[in-house]
Unconditional design. Structure first.
Length: 93
């Protein structure tokens, strides 16, 4: 091969190597971004479950308060109050 041809092949190889290096770095950056996003999704899921649980407890507490209050009483107050009393006691902890 002539010297000019060898230089052209070497330049082409250098360009390919630089392109491969750039693509590898881009893939690695995307992998790190995906890992970060995945960790964030897991954290949000965990927080969501915690908040759902807290909302259930608060909802039950409010329901029990409303049931115990004379303002929210229906005509069948005695049986409801007796049925909800254990719930009030168990949620007070």
């Amino acid at each position: 091969m002539m010297n000019a041809d060898m230089d052209a092949v070497e330049t082409e190889n250098q360009i390919e190597l630089e392109e491969k290096t750039r693509l590898i770095n881009q893939v690695l950056e995307l992998q790190h971004t995906l890992e970060d996003l995945s960790a964030r999704v897991d954290a949000v899921k965990e927080e969501n479950l915690k908040l759902k649980s807290e909302n259930q407890v608060l909802g039950q507490y409010i329901e029990n308060l409303m049931s115990a209050s004379s303002v929210f009483q229906t005509t069948d107050t005695k049986s409801k109050r007796k049925a909800l009393l254990p719930l009030c006691l168990s949620n007070s902890h």
